[in-house]
Design a protein around this ligand. Structure first.
Ligand code: ATP
Ligand code: MG
Length: 403
């Protein structure tokens, strides 16, 4: 019998025809990346499955949790391999598997063999019967139930034989890298990390841009966003985070524009700057955590006016979600506790008491004209002085790419 391993089943990518191998290769890379902190693993693809074999001891629960961050995987089956080439050895190995993995309870069971290696001299039916008989003989009290077994013992005869009986649900979705990258506007709130997670789930690698306003916002607020990026990176893989000093443009807007328009005008400049980095860093869409009606700036008219400054499509995966639904997702992906830390955000500092809820595009454009000629240079300066870091998928400290 061999050491523990995982047999990983994938979903939607199974139907992708000619490009299938690209999807599988991405999945292999992501599985290897996700498992790296859990131990030493060999990861490979074969027979429409991904396999990950532990090369040294590892904590199974920890490895499963990490595998559950890999989009594209629908089922995670802890398995053992057997090198059996004849039925007698296979029966011995099945007995050992049962003893170690299932133990002495007296469950009802069913065997389900699959044989792709036709040179194994018994067919699936014969394997099922023989293994079933051995279990019944060796473990008193066990009983076969073909309709609702407590244990479904699977025996896959491929290059080697895989024995398993558990299937833990995977994250689903598409492997990251199967869609073009997106630029996430990442704030310290609850919504935007969830939005990044959702688009990564559809296969988009994520880059992120965060706007802060030192000294009005603190280092702790900045660290909170880096921590949120690390959580998104657990699922999306390594990602670039641009940290933009937005103080000067924001103060300028605050001085020159009607205060009820502040949020929308600030958001429009954020979108422009994020789009600049998107184009520079190969992202084909912007991603935000907006949802219709959540706050004054997120009315349909508000979204229309922020959209008007972008050429790239803007993806808002939370658009139809209630706040409690977003909170549930944030809890599930592990970002909630960090998001609710009470550090100030640049938008909340310069916020108006009664923000406009039905902004008119022409009025916004007229207000923005009052920002000329200085604004162009302030935006250029914010872009020039960006701090760009690489946030790693393994939670280790980010690498600084600039400054
Ligand atoms: P909350 O959970 O408080 O709603 P939020 O991040 O969604 O947090 P909103 O004010 O609703 O905050 O902002 C809407 C969207 O605009 C965010 O989801 C995010 O994509 C973007 N955004 C807001 N503030 C910033 C910021 N400081 N840096 C980057 N993006 C931001
Ligand atoms: Mg929000």
């Amino acid at each position: 019998m061999d050491v523990q391993m995982f047999l990983l089943k994938y979903g939607e990518i199974g139907i992708k025809g000619k490009n299938r191998y690209l999807f599988e290769d991405r999945l292999v890379r992501r599985v290897a990346e996700a498992l790296r902190p859990a131990g030493s693993f060999k990861v490979w693809k074969a027979d429409g499955r991904i396999y990950a074999k532990g090369l040294s001891a590892f904590d199974r629960e920890d490895a499963v949790r990490r595998l559950q961050t890999v989009f594209g995987i629908v089922g995670i089956c802890p398995a053992v391999t057997s090198q059996a080439t004849d039925l007698a050895t296979l029966l011995d190995d099945a007995e050992i598997y049962w003893r170690n993995a299932i133990g002495d309870g007296t469950p009802t069971f069913k065997c389900e063999a699959r044989r792709s290696r036709k040179n194994f001299h018994k067919n699936s039916m014969e394997i099922n019967c023989a293994v079933g008989e051995r279990i019944l003989e060796t473990f008193p009290g066990t009983r076969v139930d073909v309709h609702q077994p407590e244990v479904l013992l699977r025996i896959e005869v491929r290059g080697q034989v895989f024995l398993y009986h558990e299937e833990v649900r995977g994250a689903g979705g598409m492997p990251v890298g199967s869609a073009a990258p997106g630029m996430l506007l990442l704030s310290g709130g609850i919504d935007s990390p969830v939005a990044g997670y959702m688009m990564a789930k559809r296969g988009m690698p994520i880059r992120a841009t965060y706007f802060h306003a030192p000294p009005y916002t603190s280092d702790r607020a900045r660290q909170k966003v880096v921590d949120l990026a690390k959580i998104v990176a657990r699922y999306a893989g390594e990602m670039t985070l641009n940290i933009v000093n937005f103080t000067a443009p924001q103060l300028h807007i605050y001085e020159r524009c009607p205060h009820d328009e502040l949020t929308i005008i600030m958001r429009r400049y954020m979108m422009r700057i994020a789009e600049h980095f998107a184009k520079e860093q190969g992202a084909s869409a912007l991603i935000t955590g907006e949802s219709v009606g959540q706050v004054a700036s997120q009315t349909v008219e508000g979204l229309l006016t922020t959209n008007a400054v972008c050429n790239l499509p803007v993806f808002r995966p939370l658009i139809g979600f209630d706040k409690w639904e977003i909170v549930e997702l944030a809890q599930k992906i592990g970002s909630f506790e960090t998001s609710i830390l009470p550090y100030e955000d640049c938008c909340t500092i310069f916020v108006a008491k009664h923000p406009v809820t039905r902004p008119k595009l022409e009025r916004m454009c007229a207000s923005e004209r009052k920002l000329a000629p200085e604004m162009e240079e302030l935006v250029a300066e914010a872009i020039r002085t960006v701090e760009t870091i690489t946030v790693r998928a393994d939670g280790k400290e980010p690498l600084s790419l600039s400054k």
